[in-house]
Design a protein around this ligand. Structure first.
Ligand code: SAM
Length: 359
């Protein structure tokens, strides 16, 4: 492991809460109004992506100007503030996290929180296109598991779903990551009329390679101009019923602390997860919040309410305003979301795309 004291700094040494010196000063742990401890932070490090998955982004997307983005130093400072307040799991996401220039510098710096024991897990969600290049360094930074999004093993369908992606690059990335020792979970969005009849094959492949597979219902996030959400939406209750005809699905208590419910598939001896934000609301055990690459904190993936942490970060080299803004925002965390996909209601539940909030 690298775990060197490579702390990212862009301000004078010694500001309170600089996060550069360990151990952290005592700070109260974050607990929301429903007494859920907030221990999981997902941070989108860029809104840009090298793919344009049809359910995630429009073909024509306008991306944020670079000056609006938090610097790597600010991202480090922000993550560190959350770690100080009880975050034990940190996931970098996007957009595509690995397209952010120098993102490995951020991983290297954040790995100090693994070394100190404050953080239990540092991980990422990626589309896999750049994984071959970065897998070994991720392992060296203490990353142990990665989620790779992959909806199909058919090269033509992959190209269509991602608008131009090359499946071979992703499969190579997954293989290099596996050989480097990373545990891999494949995440696939179940899409009506697209991959719905391929999901059993995808599961066979994933389990054969030793990877868990999680299926996800498409969520009504962001306006799509070329497709209707209701044309994409495939309830996982239906997928599960279909798979049950071919496979023995034994419910597991096993939880990753997330919204997925898991089964062990007897025939493949692999783990299959279902994330069902529409057919089953999973908010009661929610322990997570998300920060965008501009420092906007969303307390719920499916609600609009947010807090501007960039202003607090930039207000002072001291972390006091940031800490206060975080505390105040968590006190407004809602009980849950209420996604609905209906043919007669075409507007999204929230206007921002998943690539903005960070999936
Ligand atoms: N680029 C990275 C990746 O591909 O994993 C991270 C960001 S991506 C937005 C994170 C995850 O969100 C992917 O698994 C993607 O399939 C999923 N996703 C995007 N839009 C979605 C939607 N509307 N409903 C459900 N999942 C979505």
């Amino acid at each position: 492991m690298i775990f060197k004291e490579t702390v990212l700094r862009d301000r004078p040494e010694g500001g309170a809460g600089a996060g550069a010196t360990m151990p952290f000063p005592a700070g109260s742990k974050l607990v929301d109004p429903f007494l859920r401890p907030i221990t999981y932070l997902r941070v989108s490090v860029t809104d840009r992506c090298d793919l344009r998955c049809v359910y995630c982004m429009d073909e024509e997307m306008s991306f944020l100007p670079k000056r609006d983005l938090l610097t790597l130093e600010e991202l480090d400072r922000l993550c560190t503030a959350f770690v100080r307040r009880g975050t034990t799991k940190l996931r970098l996401t996007g957009g595509e996290p690995l397209v952010r220039r120098d993102v490995m510098r951020l991983f290297r710096s954040l790995s100090r929180h693994l070394a100190s024991g404050a953080l239990k897990e540092l991980t990422l969600t990626t589309n896999g296109t750049l994984l071959a290049r970065h897998a070994q360094e991720l392992v060296d930074c203490g990353v142990r598991r990665v989620n790779v999004s992959l909806d199909t093993l058919d090269p033509a369908r992959f190209r269509r779903l991602t608008r131009w992606g090359d499946l071979a690059k992703v499969l190579e990335g997954i293989e290099v990551a596996r050989r480097a020792g990373l545990k891999i979970k494949i995440n696939a969005v179940a899409l009506k009329g697209e991959n719905e009849h391929e999901l059993a094959d995808l599961m066979h492949w994933a389990h054969g390679e030793g990877h868990a597979l999680t299926l996800i219902e498409v969520m009504p996030l962001g306006e799509l101009t070329t497709t209707m959400r209701s044309d994409q939406y495939l309830p996982l209750s239906l997928v599960r019923a279909r798979l049950s005809k071919q496979f023995t699905l034994d419910d597991l208590d096993h939880s990753s602390g997330g919204p997925a419910r898991y089964v062990r598939v007897k025939e493949t001896n692999g783990i299959l997860g279902f994330i069902t934000p529409l057919t089953h609301n999973f908010c009661e055990s929610c322990n997570r919040v998300r920060v965008t690459c501009t420092g906007t904190l969303y307390m719920c993936l499916g609600q609009e309410d947010a807090a501007d942490l960039r202003a607090a970060l930039r207000a002072s080299p001291d972390d006091e305003p940031l800490d206060q803004a975080i505390t105040e925002a968590i006190s407004r965390k809602p009980k849950g979301h209420d996604f609905v996909i209906e043919r007669r209601r075409s507007e999204p539940a929230v206007a921002r795309h998943m690539s903005v909030t960070g999936g």
